[in-house]
Design a protein around this ligand. Sequence first.
Ligand SMILES: [Zn+2]
Length: 409
Amino acid sequence: MIIRARTVLTMDGPPIENGAVAVSEDRIDDVGKFSEVSKRYSGQEVVDLGEQALLPGLINAHCHLDYTCLRGKILRQRSFTGWIRAINAEKAKLSPEDYVRSINDGFVEAKRFGTTTIGNLTGFPELVARIQAPIRTWWFAELIDVRDPSRANEVVDLAVEKLRATDRWGLAPHALFTASANLYRRCEEIARREKVLLTTHLAESEEEMSMFRDARGALYRFLKQIGREMSDCSEQTPLALLSEILRDSSTSVGMTENWIVVHLNELVDDDFDLLASSRKKFSVIHCPRSHDYFGHSSFQFHKLRELGFNVCLGTDSLASNDDLSLFAEMRAFRKGFPNISPEEVLKTVTVNAAGALRQENALGKIRSGFAADLIAVPSARSTSVFQEVVAFDRPVGWSMIGGRFQNSA
Ligand SMILES: [Zn+2]
């Protein structure tokens, strides 16, 4: 089959005017000018999308569909710790059925906004078998052992047992303040053995920085009060501490390319020295609207990019965001960084995000041999096509995942 559109944004070279993509089964076979592709594939069915831009399906590199049902439920808190207390209170009201519904609703919404691949953290790996993900999904088990760190290995191993049957999975020690050093190390050990991805929240809030570096603040007090062993809170930044926990002889920063590090808002000069010295460059996920919701310190996009880190966008959960649209996320990102070109912004949810999932040779571009995950948005020639795509603010009307047409929104 040949799909023709006014413009094809391959994310693999300049836009192709009057372009076409040949799709065979679940893969892209060819891409180029319509006149050339139609010659090479003469006799094939042609789907003409008309005045639209055809682009790779979007990739949400970080979200928690568990909490889709918490949209609008948690008002902005004065502190990050206040938000943790508030979400814990909301979570206590939810049953497994509520979570299944919430995850399914989240999938529908993400897909409606043109997301074809998602890196989704779930606190309930046992529910994954009950869910038919309608888009390409990496399931990360979100792991916490703060109330009983002696169970670190057991917590990880139980999650692995639940997720192993799924096609794409990984492990997500929640954060340094809720997951023990042993839990992080166990995840690293299993990820090496099973060749799966790892993700964690790191250096998100000023309160997390105060807790680990200064042994004080609201988060420190809260965790001490629930019985966390606080001896790791001593003059180290969160980045330095995690680097130390995971460090081996091959790397100064312990996190390798298989790590997807979420947030990284709180970084001091020493942290940047540490990052600069690292030969391994992990991926960093920025969640612009969740970032704004909490009012975190400015995200250091330019510095991180200059140091060679792969920066992507994620929506985070609807407990700190309004919807699961990556288009809205791109616009929020541009608001914070108006000098970044719309093309570069689009990379954070296509090429870069594919790299974070170690799918740089399969997803995020329209290229021969890549998965046929495509979306189309109207393109009226009024402005630059990348600008048009980033400005798009409705449900996506046409999409294809693995070569299969999806129901229109
Ligand atoms: Zn998150």
